[in-house]
Design a protein around this ligand. Structure first.
Ligand SMILES: C[S@@+](CC[C@H](N)C(=O)[O-])C[C@H]1O[C@@H](n2cnc3c(N)ncnc32)[C@H](O)[C@@H]1O
Length: 246
């Protein structure tokens, strides 16, 4: 996401006429608004050349992640990688882990593939799809060692709060995908969302907070693009790291 790109909250809500919406999507409250966004020629070229190797198409059945990565290493899911700069840096810092990175934003998909090529990073697979559906249909239980959700859209207007990704029903769907001993790492620059995240995660008996409340930023997480923007606006930053104990 570039600074000039409107955030979903500023973007006009473009509801498609109900006659054009597939029935299964009619009731869904999405955590994103699909923005057109400009795809550069380099991003498009990265998609054209690298998608066959690093892209994963959505399917409504569990996939074999080890087969996709060609090895049996711990798998981490990242939801909402934006332009992918932090994701690629984390994958470099943690070469023994494999990252399934999901976003819906086309230019970001092109950008992360381009960065992977530039930095010679091979332990990321990229999906362009609603992560909620991926979690619901495509991941086997116990498949993940970790889950990263960094600076999810804050949907700060009261009437939009319902679009926030981190809510109890979605976390309840996420947790079975984590192994025992696995972790969930969230970060936000929106204080009221941080409070909501803490409440939601604390509500699960199977999760144990690794800190008294908010955690120190783990060494593997660099500053993200959205975080830098928040800091320029004077926002604080809150990380949360919970471990799955059962
Ligand atoms: C505010 S941006 C943060 C991007 C990045 N993590 C960062 O910190 O710079 C949130 C991202 O989440 C993506 N997103 C929101 N809901 C999503 C969903 N259900 N599935 C996949 N991506 C989603 C948006 O497209 C956007 O790129």
């Amino acid at each position: 996401m570039t600074d000039s790109t409107p955030t979903p909250e500023n973007a006009p809500e473009q509801a498609a006429p109900s006659s054009q919406v597939p029935p299964e999507h009619l009731r869904a409250i999405r955590s994103f608004v699909l923005r057109q966004g400009h795809m550069t020629a380099a991003q498009q070229r990265a998609i054209d050349t690298l998608w066959p190797q690093f892209g994963v198409d959505y399917q409504a059945a569990p996939i074999d992640l080890n087969a996709r990565f060609g090895r049996d290493n711990p798998k981490v899911l990242e939801i909402g990688f934006g332009m992918g700069t932090a994701t690629v840096e984390i994958a470099k810092r943690l070469p023994e882990r494999d990252f399934l990175a999901i976003d819906v934003h086309g230019p970001g998909v092109g950008n992360i593939l381009k960065l992977m090529e530039e930095e010679q990073v091979g332990n990321i697979r990229v999906m362009r799809h609603d992560a909620v559906e991926v979690v619901e249909n495509m991941l086997a239980d116990g498949a993940l060692e970790g889950i990263h959700i960094f600076f999810p859209d804050p949907w700060h207007k009261k009437r939009h709060n319902k679009r926030r990704l981190v809510q109890t029903p979605f976390v309840a769907k996420l947790l079975p995908k984590l192994k025992k001993g696995g972790y969930i790492h969230l970060a936000t620059d929106w204080e009221e969302y941080a409070v909501q995240m803490l409440e939601v995660l604390s509500g699960f008996d199977s999760l144990k907070n690794t800190a008294a409340d908010y955690a120190p930023t783990p060494a593997y997480r660099p500053e993200t693009k959205f975080e830098a923007r928040g800091k320029r606006l004077g926002h604080g930053v809150w990380d949360l790291v919970f471990e799955k104990t059962e």
